[in-house]
Design a protein around this ligand. Structure first.
Ligand code: ADP
Ligand code: MG
Length: 727
C-alpha cells in the first residue's frame, strides 16, 4: 500500500479552516496602509517635493534629479515607521514572476557602528546582474551590467518588512530586459495617438489612459496532497491522473457556496491585498472543482499589472498559511476547465470619458464607434501577434480545449454593435451625408446603445462587453503586460494612422465629422474578417477562420514567429515599443522557455512512469499472475481456465500498456537528445513541440488507463478525486 498517498489524503481530510485575525476596523481605515501613496507622500515629504513629485506623476514626466534625495528621505522615514528594515528594487524580468534583491537600510558610520541609510541615488537606480536573468543573448556574462530604475507612476509598498520600489530593468545598452519597460512605452504610445484622436472630439483632452481589470483564476490544492505529487511540485500541473467519476458535469461548483477553509483563505488574502492598496473586490467559485477567481476594481494598466503580480505572490504566501498550494498553471488538471486571466481593457481620457462606453449623444457615439473600430482594425491587422502575446507552453494546454477561447483571435461585438457596424458600412441607406442635412443627420442616426444590452459570448477570445473589451485568451500564470504591450502598441499604431487619414481628408476639404465617419467605414470594411459573433469552439469556425485569412497556427514555437514578421517589427518600431534587437532577443527567450518547460515536464513524466507507475503496475501484475497460476493448479483443465480468464485478460492488457509506456519513454528520451543537439532556439522548440510532446501525451494516456486497472491501494499518487474536492 502507498503510505505516502494515504497519509496525505488523511491529513488533507482532517484539515480545518485556519483561524484568522480579522481587523476590527473597517477596510477603508487600513486600505493602502502599506503603500507610499499620495496621502503618505504629503505627510512625509516637504511641500515643494510633494508638489513636484505629484506633478511629475500626473504629467508623466521624470522626477527632477535634485529632488531624489528628498523623496528618498521621506520614503525611508515612512518605511521605517512602518517596520521596514530592508529596501529592494522590485521588477519583472522575463520569467514568470518578479525579482528582488534586499538591502538593509544601513551604512557604516565611520565609528565602528552603522547608521540608517537610503538616498536618492539608491532610490532612483540600481545595478542588478543582467546576465543572470533571461536576456536572449543581449547580455553575456562578461558584460553583465543591467540597470533597474524607479517607475514613479507605481507607488512603493512594504511586504514582509521590506520597502519595495517598482522599477524597470534595462541592459547597459538600453534594451529592455523586463515587461514593465515596453509596457510603459506602449502606454505612452497609446496615450500619444489616442489623445490626438480624442482631441478630434474634445480639444480639452490632454491624455488618454489605458485601463486594466484582470480576473485571476486559480486552483487550490491541499499542501499534503500537493507534496505527494512530484509533477505538481516540479511543473505546476498533473502530468497524469485519470478523470474523477464526478468532476464538473453537475455544474455545481460555479458560484457555489465557498468551502470554509477556502473562505478563510480568501478573507485573509483580501485583507492583505487591501493593506497593499490592491482593490480586490470579487471572489467566487469557478467552473471546475477547486477552481476560484479573484477580481479587483480596474485601474490604470501599469498599476493594475503591478498589483496582479503582487497579488500572485501574496496568494502563494497566504495560501501556505492555510495549508494550500495555489496553482496558477493554465491547465493543472486534464478533462476539466483550465484557468485564464481575462484582461478587461479600455481607454479613457483625462477628462473622464471612457472611450469604449457608448454615449448619450450622437457625437459621443461617433467617438465611441471610432475607438471601437480602430481597436477592431488593430486586432485584425495584428491577430497573429496578439495570439503570440498570450501563447506559452502552459497556456497551450488551455487554448482550444473546449472550455477556453480557441487558438484563433477574433472579436465579438454583440448584436447592437454589429447592427451599428452594418448600418455604417451600408453607408447612405441609414447615414445620409449628402444634401443639405449633411453630417449632422447622418451622425444623429447612430443610436444610443444601452450598456447592459451587450450580450456575452464566452467562446470569444476578445469580446466587447459594454464599456470595454475583454481579452479572454490571456493565461492565468502570465504577466498581463505581454498582452497589454501588443494590444496597446497595435491600437496606438492604428489610431495614429487613422488620425493621419482624417487629417488628410480635412485638408482635402472634407468636414471633420464626415471625415471621421468615412474613415470609420473604411476600417470597418477592411477589418470585417476579425468580427465573429458565433461559436468560437466549433469546428466550422476553424475552417471559416482559415478562409478569412486569420492566423490559425497552433504550434506555440511557430506562433511566436508573429513577433518577427515585418509588419510587427515596423509597428513596434513606429510606436517606439520594441527595437528589432529587442524583439529578436525576446523571441530567443520565448523559445528557450518553451523548450525548458517541456523538457522539465518530460523528465518528470519519464521518472514518474519508470520509477513510480511501472514498478507498482508490475507488482500488481505479478499478484495477478500468482493468483492465475494458483487457480489453475487448484482447478486443472477447462474450469481453471474459465475462472482465471479475467486475470489473464488483465495481465495481457496491463502488459500491453506497460510495453507502450516503456517504448514511448525511450522514444521521448531519444527525441529530447536529438532536440538538445539543435543550435537554433526556434528549431529546438519546434522539435520539442513536434517530437517530445506527442510521446508525453501517449505515455499519459496509457498511465491513466493503468490507474483504473491497478489495485487502488497500491496506486502511488493521489488521484484526481482526492486532489480536487476540498471539504
Ligand atoms: P465578469 O466575470 O462578469 O466578466 P467581473 O466582475 O468578474 O466580470 O470582472 C470584470 C472586471 O472588469 C473587473 O475587474 C472590473 O473592474 C473590470 N472593468 C469594468 N469596467 C472596466 C473598464 N471600463 N475598463 C477596464 N476594466 C473594467
Ligand atoms: Mg469577465
Amino acid at each position: 500500500m502507498s503510505d505516502l498517498r494515504f497519509k496525505a489524503v488523511e491529513e488533507a481530510m482532517a484539515r480545518k479552516a485556519v483561524h484568522i485575525d480579522i481587523p476590527s476596523q473597517r477596510p477603508e481605515t487600513y486600505y493602502g496602509s502599506l503603500v507610499f501613496n499620495r496621502q503618505k507622500m504629503f505627510e512625509y515629504l516637504p511641500k515643494h517635493t510633494y508638489d513636484a513629485l505629484v506633478k511629475a506623476i500626473d504629467m508623466k514626466e521624470p522626477l527632477p534629479r535634485d529632488l531624489a534625495d528628498s523623496v528618498a528621505a521621506g520614503m525611508k522615514r515612512w518605511a521605517i515607521d512602518n517596520g521596514a528594515r530592508h529596501y529592494t528594487h522590485w521588477f519583472h524580468p522575463l520569467t514568470d514572476g518578479t525579482a528582488e534583491k534586499h538591502d538593509a537600510f544601513i551604512e557604516h558610520d565611520g565609528k565602528g557602528g552603522v547608521v540608517e541609510e537610503f538616498n536618492g541615488k539608491l532610490l532612483v537606480q540600481q545595478e542588478p546582474d543582467a546576465s543572470s536573468f533571461p536576456n536572449g543573448g543581449i547580455r553575456n556574462t562578461f558584460e553583465a551590467r543591467g540597470y533597474s530604475a524607479w517607475d514613479i507612476s507605481s507607488p512603493a509598498f512594504i511586504v514582509d518588512q521590506t520597502l519595495c520600489i517598482p522599477t524597470i530593468f534595462i541592459s547597459y545598452t538600453g534594451e529592455s530586459l523586463d515587461y514593465k519597460t515596453p509596457l510603459l512605452r506602449a502606454l505612452n504610445a497609446v496615450d500619444r495617438a489616442g489623445t490626438k484622436v480624442a482631441q478630434l472630439f474634445d480639444p480639452a483632452v490632454k491624455h488618454v489612459c489605458s485601463y486594466l481589470g484582470w480576473e485571476q483564476e486559480y486552483f487550490l490544492v491541499d499542501e499534503a496532497l500537493f507534496a505527494a505529487r512530484p509533477d505538481l511540485v516540479l511543473t505546476g500541473r498533473t502530468l497524469m491522473g485519470h478523470e474523477s467519476a464526478k468532476n464538473q458535469q453537475l455544474e455545481d461548483h460555479y458560484f457555489g457556496s465557498i468551502p470554509k477553509r477556502v473562505e478563510a483563505f480568501m478573507l485573509d488574502l483580501e485583507i492583505e491585498a487591501h493593506r497593499l492598496g490592491i482593490p480586490a473586490k470579487t471572489r467566487h467559485n469557478e467552473v471546475a472543482p477547486n477552481q476560484f477567481e479573484l477580481a479587483p476594481i480596474f485601474e490604470e494598466a501599469n498599476l493594475a499589472n503591478d498589483h496582479n503580480l503582487l497579488l500572485m505572490s501574496l496568494m502563494t504566501e497566504v495560501g501556505r498559511r492555510h495549508n494550500f498550494r495555489v496553482l496558477f498553471h493554465e491547465k493543472p488538471f486534464a478533462g476539466i476547465n483550465g484557468s485564464g486571466k481575462h484582461n478587461n481593457w479600455s481607454l479613457g481620457t483625462d477628462t473622464g470619458t471612457l472611450l469604449f462606453a457608448p454615449g448619450k449623444t450622437p457625437a459621443e457615439n461617433l467617438q465611441f464607434v471610432t475607438f471601437v473600430a480602430n481597436t477592431m482594425a488593430a486586432v485584425h491587422r495584428h491577430n497573429g501577434l496578439l495570439k503570440a502575446s498570450i501563447a506559452s507552453a502552459t497556456n497551450a494546454h488551455r487554448l482550444g480545449a473546449n472550455e477556453a477561447p480557441p487558438a484563433i483571435i477574433s472579436v465579438f461585438a454583440g448584436r447592437q454593435l454589429s447592427d451599428l457596424f452594418t448600418r455604417i458600412i451600408d453607408g447612405d441607406e441609414s447615414l445620409n451625408f449628402a444634401g443639405k442635412e449633411g453630417v449632422k443627420i447622418g451622425v444623429h442616426q447612430i443610436p444610443e446603445i444601452m450598456v447592459d444590452n451587450t450580450d456575452r459570448n464566452r467562446t470569444s477570445p476578445f469580446a466587447f462587453t459594454g464599456n470595454r473589451f475583454e481579452f479572454r485568451a490571456v493565461g492565468s500564470s502570465a504577466n498581463c503586460a505581454s498582452a497589454l504591450i501588443a494590444l496597446n502598441a497595435a491600437v496606438a499604431d492604428q489610431l495614429e494612422a487613422f488620425h493621419n487619414k482624417v487629417q488628410k481628408r480635412i485638408s482635402d476639404g472634407e468636414d471633420l465629422n464626415h471625415a471621421i465617419l468615412s474613415e470609420v467605414r473604411e476600417i470597418l470594411i477592411e477589418s470585417q474578417n476579425i468580427h465573429f459573433d458565433g461559436n468560437g469552439y466549433s469546428d466550422e469556425w476553424k475552417a471559416e477562420a482559415a478562409r478569412r485569412g486569420l492566423d490559425c497556427e497552433t504550434s506555440v514555437p511557430k506562433i511566436f514567429d508573429a513577433y518577427l514578421r515585418p509588419e510587427s517589427i515596423e509597428m513596434f518600431s513606429r510606436t517606439g515599443v520594441f527595437s528589432s534587437v529587442e524583439l529578436e532577443a525576446r523571441n530567443e527567450v520565448k523559445w528557450e522557455m518553451y523548450t525548458k518547460k517541456v523538457q522539465i515536464e518530460s523528465r518528470v513524466l519519464g521518472d514518474l512512469a519508470l520509477n513510480h507507475v511501472l514498478p507498482v503496475a508490475t507488482r500488481y501484475q505479478s499478484i495477478l499472475v500468482d493468483n492465475l497460476v494458483k487457480l489453475r493448479t487448484l482447478f486443472p483443465g477447462k474450469q481453471g481456465e474459465k475462472i482465471s480468464a479475467g486475470d489473464l485478460d488483465s495481465i495481457e492488457k496491463m502488459a500491453g500498456h506497460m510495453t507502450i509506456i516503456r517504448d514511448e519513454v525511450d522514444k521521448m528520451i531519444q527525441a529530447r537528445k536529438e532536440a538538445n543537439q539543435i543550435k537554433s532556439e526556434r528549431e529546438k522548440a519546434i522539435a520539442y513541440h513536434d517530437n517530445v510532446v506527442p510521446c508525453m501525451e501517449a505515455i499519459r494516456d496509457h498511465i491513466d488507463t493503468l490507474e483504473l486497472m491497478v489495485d487502488n491501494e497500491m496506486w502511488p499518487l493521489p488521484k484526481y478525486r482526492e486532489l480536487l474536492f476540498i471539504r
